[in-house]
Write a protein that binds this ligand. Structure first.
Ligand code: GLY
Length: 352
């Protein structure tokens, strides 16, 4: 078992990673907690024991459940059960559950404590770490939320064994992203590619990078935006909906696209672009989308990316590693798109 810390002063918390880590949940429950509301989805299938009196509350499946209506229903059910400010919310599931339950915890009684038991690869390496909680509204994803740090996070790698391949690839894209952010973890060993590490060590290495970034910039004033590496094109592909891509697959193509843009700006050489393709492919992820790709539509969506602050801004690799680059010209963005349109479907299957 590997225990890491997200270092936020008096709001620091542990992240326990490994096979069977869910059995450590009770160790993360503060001693003064009276009861726990366990929030999960019907299909998750992992029961947990927080070591105190608890009740299970289920929310719907998929992004469709990430709404204010779900939070209203959930907090209403908490109130009917009599959850108090002394108590605890325990989220058991993937990113939808940790985002919704975390946000419900942030707003119920103006904030109650919560712990996440992350059961998907995406939640373990990204969504459950760092305190971003929230829901979608009609105008956009994650537009309503709060920074609300958990008391602890459990990443039980046993729960990953049953993930469907595409669910796995949803998280693998984020793991591939961390291949290029390893310098952000001062304690990290960048020698062995993450894809070659045993699963527990791989998840732990990703958590360590994310924890270091969050510790340095909890509220995304700067460095935390680097976690969006590969996400500019990914968000556009997801919003366009023309390709059947899961989030991680879109991020994978987005990483290669970012490398192609960086190369055209003279920031990295062709060998580094190849390295992007090689490292992404090593996670059984696509490095291109099948044709057709409508460049005008994609570029319009890229321009609307909510992370754009000053002209077109992207996270790009370069001599100092990845950093935010502003004012990128449209012809560069358009030309680089050609490099990520392949002629076959994304690979199927997935590695563990
Ligand atoms: N998922 C990006 C972040 O937590 O900042």
């Amino acid at each position: 078992m590997i225990t890491l810390t997200v270092d936020l002063g008096d709001r620091s918390y542990p992240v326990v990673v490994g096979a069977g880590a869910r059995h450590r949940l009770a160790d993360l429950v503060p001693a003064d907690v009276g009861r726990a509301a366990v929030v999960t989805q019907a299909g998750i299938g992992w029961s947990v024991d927080p070591g105190v009196d608890h009740e299970v509350f289920t929310i719907g499946d998929g992004e469709g459940a990430k709404t204010l209506a779900t939070v209203e229903r959930l907090t209403g059910a908490f109130a009917e059960w009599g959850l108090t400010r002394r108590d605890l919310v325990v989220a058991v599931g993937g990113g939808v559950v940790t985002d919704v339950a975390g946000f419900a915890a942030a707003v119920y009684h103006r904030g109650v404590r919560f712990v996440s038991v992350a059961t998907s690869l995406l939640a373990q390496v990204d969504a459950a770490i760092g305190g971003k909680t929230g829901v979608n509204i009609a105008q956009g994803k994650n537009l309503v939320g709060a920074f609300w740090q958990p008391q602890g996070v459990v990443c039980d790698t046993d729960t990953l064994a049953t993930l469907p391949p595409r669910e796995w690839r949803s998280g693998a894209g984020e793991v591939a992203k961390y291949e290029f952010l390893r310098h952000l973890d001062p304690a990290g060993d960048a020698g062995v590619p993450l894809g070659e590490l045993p699963l527990g060590e791989r998840v732990a290495a990703c958590v360590r990078i994310k924890a270091a970034v969050v510790a340095a910039d909890e509220r995304e004033g700067g460095t935390r935006a680097l976690l969006n590496y590969g996400h500019t094109l990914a968000h556009a592909l997801e919003a366009a909906g023309d390709h059947d891509v899961r989030h991680g697959e879109a991020v994978a193509v987005g990483l290669v696209y970012a490398a192609e843009v960086a190369h055209r700006l003279g920031r990295i050489d062709a060998a580094r672009v190849d390295e992007h393709r090689r490292l992404v492919a090593a996670h059984d992820l696509p490095v291109a989308v099948p044709p057709p790709l409508d460049p005008d539509r994609i570029l319009t969506l890229v321009g609307r990316d909510k992370k754009a602050v000053e002209g077109l801004t992207m996270v790009l690799d370069g001599p100092r590693g990845v950093e935010l680059v502003t004012g990128i010209d449209e012809p560069v963005l358009r030309d680089a798109l050609h490099a990520v349109v392949g002629d076959g479907p994304p690979p199927q299957g997935g590695s563990r």
